[in-house]
Design a protein around this ligand. Structure first.
Ligand SMILES: [Fe+2]
Ligand SMILES: [Fe+2]
Length: 279
């Protein structure tokens, strides 16, 4: 399978066109058709798709990595353009989610869940397909489904909570899933935020696909917000793997970006708005 992946929404801009935002989205072109992985927060997806010449009306399916606003907020704009479309998600997508953040020395509670109701999105044309499992969505395109949390060093983000029936508990983002493309050069894995832990995700991919050769891993990796141990242990793991290109975006965090670049040199790239991976 030939693939061209273009970063549509991302925190930073690397070309003369497009805008940055806190969010992530990737436009995927294959011989079998075009797909969208995540939709950003809603601020830039339509403008960036026009600036980068990616026609959102051509997508065959949408995949959402998890229910955070910065990956799902652009969904209404995309569905308004496309009309009826299948949207592949985990059943927990619509959970109410909260982040407790330290901002200007104050503790601030923010709603960070999907900002739209299911009924509204369905009215626009979204046809939700819910699954917790690993499965082949189209030939050579897979979703990881729920990822078992196995490594001792990949911990949930302590700032994230879920609200259910008046109770607030830690949000371990069970809905976090990644996309896998099976190409001749190896697997390509696209993370949303990698809330399950990058190493847990890659181990799950190896176990499910029985393949260990990766052409590229890319997307948000959430590596700079937890413990320094997590970053170093993840690097140790990546060193042992067969991965040709390591590209990160969005929630990776600058310290982790610099560290990964230092470690992997030419194999590393930053996935800005407009970055393209083609093979
Ligand atoms: Fe995110
Ligand atoms: Fe997230």
């Amino acid at each position: 399978m030939k693939v061209k992946i273009t970063v549509l929404c991302e925190n930073l801009v690397g070309r003369l066109v497009g805008s940055g935002e806190h969010g992530f989205s990737a436009f995927i072109e294959t011989e079998g058709g075009n797909y969208l992985f995540d939709t950003g927060s809603g601020h830039s997806i339509v403008a960036n798709s026009l600036a980068l010449n990616k026609d959102l009306r051509t997508i065959r399916k949408i995949f959402l990595s998890h229910g955070h606003h910065d990956h799902t907020g652009g969904l209404p704009e995309v569905v308004k353009l496309k009309g009826e479309v299948d949207v592949h998600v985990h059943p927990n997508l619509f959970s109410d989610r909260i982040a407790v953040l330290k901002e200007d020395d104050k503790e601030t509670k923010r709603f960070v869940g999907i900002p739209y109701k299911k009924a509204y999105l369905e009215f626009l044309g979204a046809n939700f397909i819910f699954s917790k499992d690993f499965y082949e969505v189209e030939r050579d395109i897979f979703l990881t489904g729920e990822v078992p949390r196995k490594t001792p060093f990949e911990k949930p983000d302590p700032r994230l909570f879920i609200e259910r029936e008046g109770k607030t508990t830690q949000d371990i983002l069970l809905d976090d899933q990644s996309l896998i493309l099976n190409t001749k050069e190896g697997l390509v894995v696209i993370f949303g935020c990698a809330h399950s832990g990058m190493v847990n995700i890659l181990n799950h991919v190896i176990q499910k696909t029985r393949k260990e050769k990766f052409y590229a891993i890319m997307g948000g990796t959430h590596l700079d917000f937890l413990t320094p141990e997590q970053l170093e242990e993840s690097i140790k793991f990546l060193r042992k793997m067969e991965i040709k290109k390591i590209g990160v975006s969005h929630c990776t965090g600058m310290r982790a970006v610099f560290r990964l670049h230092q470690e992997f040199g030419d194999r590393f790239f930053y996935g800005y708005v407009g970055s393209v991976l083609e093979l």
